[in-house]
Design a protein around this ligand. Sequence first.
Ligand SMILES: N[C@@H](CCC(=O)N[C@@H](CS)C(=O)NCC(=O)O)C(=O)O
Length: 211
Amino acid sequence: MIDLYTDTTPNGFRAALILEETGFAYCAHRVDTQKGEQHAPDFKRLNPAEAIPVIVDHDGPSGQPITITQSGAIVLYAARKAGRLIPSDVRRHAYAMQWFMQIATDITSSSSWIFNHATAMPERSAANAVWMEARLLKALSVADGWLAEHEFFADELSVADVLLYPNFAFRKAMLEKANMCSHLRRWGETMAARPSVQRGMSIFKRAETSA
Ligand SMILES: N[C@@H](CCC(=O)N[C@@H](CS)C(=O)NCC(=O)O)C(=O)O
């Protein structure tokens, strides 16, 4: 059994998606970051960085429990444990790793995150928000160009697709409004049709506990 501590944010949904996709039994606990529950002492013991998502796999390596933070690390851990979503073919493996890194660093951390916080920073600037939106759209356009010639980032479903989907879902309306990234939106529809993605994205709309 895996305990998942998460919230309804892109990073949080990544962990839910990989657990749904790999089919491990898990129990979801909501940590409401808007209410500051990530700062509670019990949660801080799980992640001193005071951020979701966190998993505790009670059947970890050698049967011993393991606690893992960082959405990307959780995606890779579950994929490896399941023996899925990390292609063994060398070319596909390289594509999966390249896009996993590009999504984790260029698309989500240095573009989507900054854009998201542009309106919440102590000194707000409309010009900065416009600049950050353009930067995010550029980063997403690079993924769009790749997906024009690839059904999935590694030509088969992989950890890279799981990593990006929640961020894409949060930015879909922006892309539609800008009438941009048709290939990325086609990929998003393919992902959205997966029952595992639907379950992961509605994790707290369903029962509080999922197994
Ligand atoms: N790099 C981390 C980022 C984790 C993160 O920033 N989580 C946010 C929610 S998406 C959070 O818990 N923020 C709480 C806070 O900043 O106080 C990951 O990928 O898991």
